[in-house]
Ligand binder design. Sequence first.
Ligand code: SF4
Ligand code: SF4
Length: 375
Amino acid sequence: MIYKDFQGKQLSALGLGCMRFPVIDGNMAQIDEAKTAEMVDYAMKSGINYYDTAYGYHGGTSEPLMGKLLSKYPRESFYLASKFPGYDVKNLQNKEQVFASQLQRCQTEYFDFYLCHSVTDTNIDNYLDPQYGLLEYLKAEKAAGRIRHLGFSCHASLEQMERFIVAAGGAVEFCQIQLNWLDWTLQDAKAKVEMLAKYGIPVWVMEPVRGGALAKLKDDYAARLQALAPDRSAPEWAFRFLQGLPGVTMTLSGMSNMEQLQQNIATYATAQPLGEAELAELLAIGAEIAAQPTLPCTACRYCTEYCPQQLDIPKLIEIYNEEIFSGGYILPQAVARIEADKRPDACIGCQSCEAVCPQGIKIATAFADFCARMK
Ligand code: SF4
Ligand code: SF4
């Protein structure tokens, strides 16, 4: 395992994201505890010492499970990260209770790393609103030792991201951004990495394989990469890309099974950044993909609990994107497999989902287009 220095702490360069664990019967709130326990034990044994959970992951069940699974290890043998769910104003109004419940759920007296979760252009005003006083509160918790390092995860534009850093007045010690070879230009990630470097803030990477989308490339893209490195898998390309970026300290991957975990740990046994020609080809493919009008859903599922129709929004978007890629033959069969009251025409256009979508996807509009394509 590669380790990176952060203020004297040696962090495994690969961290375990705790939002995509194996689940039972497709229910995201029902984590398969036995399989996840095996994965956590394997991760600990293999040198991963960073575990990244959040209040809302797996419908609120990720934090308690991580608390339980890590409790058998000495507290100083791992770094635990969690996040404040300030994307929902109710939580900002009850910040003390929320934070106290997180410590309790995680069976810990402190978080090694604690982040304002998913700061976006839409919610940044609430995050910085003096009436809620979140940053001052978190600084006080840090002073009291219940937070060791303070940061934020961010899906905001470059300008709003910088605004948050300035407003925090030096309190931000690290920043978690969506960074992968596709978003390098698509979501302005390159400019964000450069801006963070200007402030001396190390980069924490989320969505390194973009919710799995970069792990299963179309045949012609895969063939182009294989021509350069026949034995390298698509996820390995994604991780090797990140290994070459200065400023990247932590890469978090939400792994869903033991095979992924083992493969990714093997990738992080040694640092092998991409060569010049490899990087050029990868970014060229990224530019081609970015030119297609698909929706940038990462299947984070933040939206689903806000949908009054209980639609599986990321699943529907996946089908919609496939439709755009494939040009029409997938849609009828894919929709037929969905229960009638969970199809896109059940969307009532309320936009509750859009308010929390870190990717800023116009979901209601997309579903209206989806319905039009179904006719
Ligand atoms: S706009 Fe549609 S998909 Fe979004 S929350 Fe409302 S009903 Fe659900
Ligand atoms: S639509 Fe947005 S919030 Fe919902 S899963 Fe996709 S990226 Fe996440």
